[in-house]
Write a protein that binds this ligand. Structure first.
Ligand code: SF4
Ligand code: SF4
Length: 340
């Protein structure tokens, strides 16, 4: 599939044609910040955004969703959302996070709810134009992305290179008439990729991401967990905004007829005090320091041991979102490096 070169008017016309055909979610301004939301017209799309408030995971794992409806007789039906949609303007680091979620939700206990949405989605990735204040994707190897998506957009001067990577992506571009990108355009795209690795390092990690699991292995008793957690509000913001956090709580609700009901799930957070309460009211992570440390071990060791990648893509949302200013993973890992 050849890479096409479109001017902004042609790009807008393509986006409007997508909106006419199916549901499209795209990045739009929300005051001075940005969010993924249903897109009604191309002119609302902001591909120059720095970072969205919430990551695109909300389209695959919604904040709250019904899983099953059931009857007292024992009958039940899965609730599946299988409406096709296009997700427009996903940054590479968020795409890496979606790829990680795919690996997790498709293994062990295959999650039919997540995977049905994922299979019905077409994802258009957009290379970053403006670095957000706390991004460090360049340190995490996630400033660019190679797979998992359907179309890649890269801005080259006033033009856009549009690169269909899958049959689904080629389908999205059906009917688009544009010249193929030349060698100079492709070289310019390589330059954008190289520059973005440098540009997306607002915080500098003093080790390779692959060093993090061993670093954590040796740091369980480090004083940094108590020191930082002394300021933690246990609010859960750092996990809610994170593109790789996926913990949820499942609840059954019986209707007033006492004959029917539903099972639903809602985002949960390991930073909340009641997250680890089990039968008998035992809480196996009762202290803020235990919970604070757990977030880093989850991202830098437990998930890494499972899928072979650090579950932090360096989006910087937790750094921005934490009111106590203690959630920066780079500060923690660099401190552990200094003291190892
Ligand atoms: S831990 Fe923070 S920087 Fe890393 S992916 Fe999650 S929100 Fe982004
Ligand atoms: S680290 Fe920050 S964002 Fe996370 S729970 Fe504590 S206070 Fe909230």
């Amino acid at each position: 599939m050849n890479v096409k070169k479109l001017d902004r008017a042609a790009l807008d016309s393509w986006v409007d044609s997508l909106i006419a055909r199916q549901k499209v979610y795209g990045v739009q301004a929300r005051g001075e910040r940005f969010a993924f939301a249903p897109l009604a017209r191309a002119e609302d799309l902001r591909l120059d955004y720095d970072v969205t408030i919430l990551p695109p995971k909300k389209y695959f794992l919604p904040q709250t969703e019904d899983l099953v409806t059931f009857k007292r007789s024992g009958e039940y039906d899965s609730v599946l959302d299988d409406e096709p949609f296009v997700l427009l303007g996903v940054h590479p680091y968020d795409m890496v996070a979606v790829n990680q979620m795919d690996a997790i939700f498709s293994s062990d206990n295959y999650d039919v709810h997540y995977m049905t949405r994922r299979k019905n989605a077409a994802i258009v990735v957009c290379d970053v134009q403006n670095a957000s204040p706390n991004v460090f994707a360049g340190c995490m190897g996630t400033a660019t992305v190679k797979d998992g998506f359907d179309v890649l957009l890269t801005r080259i001067g006033d033009a856009w290179l549009v690169d269909a990577r899958t049959e689904k992506g080629a389908g999205l571009l059906e009917g688009v008439s544009a010249p193929d990108a030349g060698e100079a355009d492709l070289a310019a795209r390589e330059k954008v990729w190289a520059e973005n690795v440098e540009k997306l390092q607002r915080h500098k990690l003093n080790c390779a991401p692959s060093d993090i699991p061993d670093l954590l292995e040796k740091s369980y008793g480090h004083p940094v967990w108590e020191e930082r957690a002394a300021l933690c509000f246990s609010c859960g913001t750092c996990t809610n905004v994170c593109p790789t956090c996926y913990c949820f709580d499942v609840q059954d609700d019986v209707n007033w007829d006492v004959e029917t009901g539903k099972r639903s799930r809602t985002w949960d957070s390991c930073q909340l005090k009641d997250f680890a309460i089990v039968a008998g009211d035992h809480n196996f992570r009762p202290n803020a320091a235990d919970r604070f440390r757990h977030r880093y071990y989850r991202k830098g060791k437990y998930v890494a041991d499972k899928i072979g990648q650090i579950a932090c893509v360096g989006c910087g949302r937790c750094v921005t979102g934490c009111v106590a200013k203690i959630a920066n993973p780079v500060e923690i890992y660099n401190r552990l490096m200094e003291d190892k």
